[in-house]
Design a protein around this ligand. Structure first.
Ligand code: F6P
Length: 364
């Protein structure tokens, strides 16, 4: 019996369950293949007792439209940085990767499919370099991986953010207000840019382009002076002004390496008031609503394609690779390529040109 282990790591994302189901359904068409899943990313395999579950067709029936992941996930720790509490209450991290690879072999697991974003695929590459048979599947609502045209979950997040802009437009118009919507996007402003264009926002502020508050003020005043008494601003959580840093804090959760973002929308509101904006301003932070709930059809389809392809890469023994969508093909790239450079919004981006053509102010 051959065995492949599925892992979902990093932040959750609509479509993870569709990938899991696709791997299992594809594997069930081969003789002598069993699929297992590690609970909570690699933690399931690292824990004693081990927490892995068998995933058969029955276990994955009908999960393609469910949000979250039936395997659970975490964006803390991992095999290279396992958090350990010291006697004095402080935490250190230890490298348990060798021990984990030995355990995977001892359990008769022939290959691993790691579904995750850039952090998870860095772990995949590290494990591959140590000899593990591993294939990656790209996952991120931020769409910040350059080795694939798109990642599942992103379009669902854009849909949710656009619905929020639509709702805020009607309330902004009713009250003659400046409405600020803060959306996710740590380093890449794709969710903000797409939802600003789709929702008809007038200002869109992205992590890639530090904004000048005076430019935003000019846009607001020119619009109000033309008698259009409201304005909608979409801002990525990772945006910052030309003089400042991200609005972020260090997490107290052991093993959590990222800075926790959130609150730049409120900072922008204060900056506008300090700059003399006399209009009524309200700020909404959309937060994790963008990651929850059912994936839209596009993401279910992409996730299913990724899952089938991932298992086929395992069958073909194409380890050290990540599934990739390059229109119109579902193909693969090396993990090294996958983690080489992020997918960021640039001035050359077609959608950026559209946004500027529509008159959207990006604060520069
Ligand atoms: O990377 C995806 C993402 O949703 C970012 O946009 C966000 O900053 C981060 O994850 C938040 O993760 P969590 O709150 O789960 O730690």
């Amino acid at each position: 019996m051959n065995r492949v282990m599925l892992v979902t790591g990093g932040g959750d994302c609509p479509g993870l369950n569709a990938v899991i189901r696709a791997v299992v359904n594809r594997a069930s068409q081969e003789k002598n293949w069993e699929v297992v899943g590690s609970i909570e990313a690699f933690n399931g395999i690292l824990r004693e007792p081990t927490e892995i579950v068998v995933l058969d067709e029955h276990a994955v029936r009908g999960i393609h439209y469910q949000g979250g992941t039936i395997l659970q996930t975490t964006n803390k720790g991992g095999p290279f940085a396992w958090p350990v509490k010291q006697n004095d209450g402080t935490w250190i991290t230890v490298d348990r990767s060798d021990e984990m690879i030995r355990k995977i072999s001892y359990l008769g697991i022939d290959a691993v499919i790691n579904i995750g974003g850039d952090g998870s695929q860095r772990i995949s590459q590290g494990l591959f370099e140590k000899g593990l048979n591993i294939v990656g599947v790209p996952k991120t609502i931020d769409n910040d991986l350059s080795a694939t045209d798109s990642t599942f979950g992103f379009q669902t997040a854009v849909q949710i953010a656009t619905e929020a802009v639509d709702k805020l437009v009607t309330t902004a118009a009713s009250h003659n207000r400046v409405q600020i919507l803060e959306v996710m996007g740590r380093d890449a402003g794709w969710i903000a840019l797409n939802s600003a264009v789709a929702g008809g926002a007038e200002v869109c502020l992205l992590p890639e382009f530090p904004y000048d508050i005076n430019k935003v003020m000019d846009k607001i005043e020119s619009r109000f002076s033309k008698g259009r008494g409201f304005i909608n601003i979409v801002i990525s959580e990772g945006a910052r002004n030309i003089n400042g840093q991200n609005v972020a804090h260090t997490s107290s959760e052991p093993g959590y390496e990222n800075r926790v973002l959130g609150g730049v929308g409120f900072q922008l509101e204060k900056e506008l008031k300090d700059a003399g904006c006399e209009h009524s301003i309200r700020t909404t932070v959309l937060g994790h609503l963008q990651r929850g709930g059912v994936p839209i059809a596009y993401d279910r389809v992409l996730a299913s394609q990724f899952g089938v392809k991932a298992f086929e890469l395992v069958l073909e023994k194409k380890f050290g690779t990540m599934v990739s969508y390059r229109h119109p093909y579902i193909t693969h790239v090396t993990l090294k390529e996958a983690i080489m450079s992020p997918n960021l919004v640039t001035m050359d981006t077609a959608l950026m040109k559209t946004a500027l053509g529509l008159g959207i102010c990006i604060g520069i």
